[in-house]
Design a protein around this ligand. Structure first.
Ligand code: BDR
Ligand code: CA
Length: 314
C-alpha cells in the first residue's frame, strides 16, 4: 500500500500526544514528513520539547520544527488545567537527545512540500491553533498546489469548550482560522461536534495506566490527568479530540459529516472564535462549501481503534 504523506502540526498537549502515538502505530499507512509545533496548550518551548520527547519515545524518526510562539493578533492562551504545567499532564518522559530543526516550522513545511516530486502532494493535519498554517499560506501562497487537503481539529457547530461560543484552537487564533477557511484548499473540520463523541472512559484510562506497555501506560497517565483535572471527571470520560483527523484518514467509515460554508468570528465580542455559517440545502449548492465538517462518530469503533494502536509497541 502506498503510504499517505503527512505533515503534522500540533501543540502537545495530552490529546496531541495520543494522536502522535496513533500516527506511530500506523507507520504502514502514514509517511510522516515532519512534525511542527505551535503555541497552544502550552508555550512554544514546552510543546516543542514535548514533540521531541514524544516522537523519540514512540520510536518515530521524524524531523521536528519549532513554529509560531504567538497567535497572529492576540496574546497566547494556554490550557494548563487540561494539559498540566508541562503540557503532558503529570507524565514524565525520557528526555530526547534530538534537537528541533534549525529552520522555523513554516519554512520547514514550505521546503518539505516544495521538495516533493512533480505531481506529488502531502496532507496537513493540524491539531493546534492554525497560526503556522495561516502564515505558510500567506507567505508562500504558491504552496497550495502541493497540499492535498488540510484536516484540522478545531471549531464547533454546537457551542464551545473555552467560552460558550468557541472551541480552544479557534479561540486561540481566530484570525489564522479565517485565513485557512478561505484558502480554497479542501478542508476537513474535526470540531467538537464529532470529537466530543470520541472519548475514553475512566475505566479504559485506568486500564491503560496499569498496562505493562510503556506507550499505553504513558498515554493512560496523560489522559488521566485531563480527566481528573477538568469538569470531564463528572462525565466519567474524556475526549481525545486530536486523534480524530488521523483516524478519519485511516477509517472514514467510522465518521459522518456534511459540507458546510463556514467562517469564524474575529470580533472582540463574546462570540470571538465561534464558527459562523452553515449550509441550507434549499439555498446553497455543494460547490459553495469550503469545509467538510465531521459531525458523527461510532464511539465504540473509535475506542477500539485507538486502544489497539496504543498497545502496538514499536
Ligand atoms: C483542542 O484544544 C486543545 O486543548 C486540545 O489539544 C485540542 O486540540 C480541543 O478543543
Ligand atoms: Ca491540540
Amino acid at each position: 500500500m502506498k503510504r499517505k504523506k503527512l505533515i503534522i502540526d500540533c501543540d502537545p498537549g495530552v490529546d496531541d500526544a495520543l494522536m502522535l502515538a496513533y500516527a506511530a502505530a500506523h507507520r504502514d499507512a502514514f509517511e510522516i514528513l515532519g512534525v511542527t509545533t505551535v503555541s497552544g496548550n502550552q508555550d512554544i518551548e514546552k510543546v516543542t520539547r514535548n514533540a521531541l520527547d514524544l516522537t523519540s519515545f514512540y520510536g518515530m524518526d521524524v524531523p521536528v520544527a519549532r513554529g509560531m510562539g504567538t497567535p497572529l493578533v492576540k496574546e497566547p492562551q494556554y490550557a494548563p488545567e487540561t494539559h498540566g504545567e508541562s503540557g503532558l499532564g503529570s507524565c514524565t518522559l525520557p528526555l530526547s537527545f534530538r534537537e528541533a530543526e534549525k529552520e522555523p516550522a513554516v519554512v520547514f513545511i514550505y521546503r518539505t512540500l516544495s521538495g516533493l516530486p512533480e505531481g506529488e502532494k502531502a496532507t496537513l493535519v493540524a491539531t493546534g491553533p492554525l497560526t503556522n498554517v495561516a502564515v505558510l499560506l500567506r507567505l508562500f501562497p504558491e504552496i497550495k498546489k502541493k497540499i492535498e487537503e488540510i484536516l484540522f481539529m478545531g471549531g464547533s457547530l454546537c457551542g464551545g469548550n473555552v467560552t460558550p461560543a468557541a472551541e480552544f484552537n479557534f479561540y486561540a487564533d481566530p484570525e489564522a482560522a479565517r485565513i485557512v477557511l478561505h484558502a480554497g484548499i479542501p478542508l476537513v473540520m474535526c470540531g467538537l461536534d464529532v470529537t466530543e463523541q470520541c472519548t475514553l472512559t475512566r475505566g479504559q484510562i485506568l486500564k491503560l495506566c496499569q498496562s505493562g506497555y510503556p506507550v499505553a501506560r504513558a498515554c493512560g497517565d496523560m489522559m488521566g490527568f485531563s480527566l481528573e483535572n477538568t469538569s470531564e471527571k463528572y462525565r466519567g470520560e474524556t475526549s481525545v479530540h486530536d486523534v480524530v483527523p488521523l483516524m478519519y484518514l485511516l477509517s472514514p467509515e467510522i465518521f459522518s459529516g456534511t459540507p458546510q460554508i463556514l467562517d469564524v468570528d474575529c470580533s472582540d465580542g463574546p462570540a470571538r472564535g465561534a464558527v459562523l455559517g452553515g449550509f441550507r440545502w434549499w439555498r446553497n449548492e455543494e460547490s459553495e462549501a469550503n469545509v467538510f465538517a465531521l459531525t458523527g462518530a461510532d464511539r465504540e469503533k473509535f475506542q477500539e481503534s485507538l486502544i489497539s494502536a496504543l498497545y502496538n509497541e514499536t
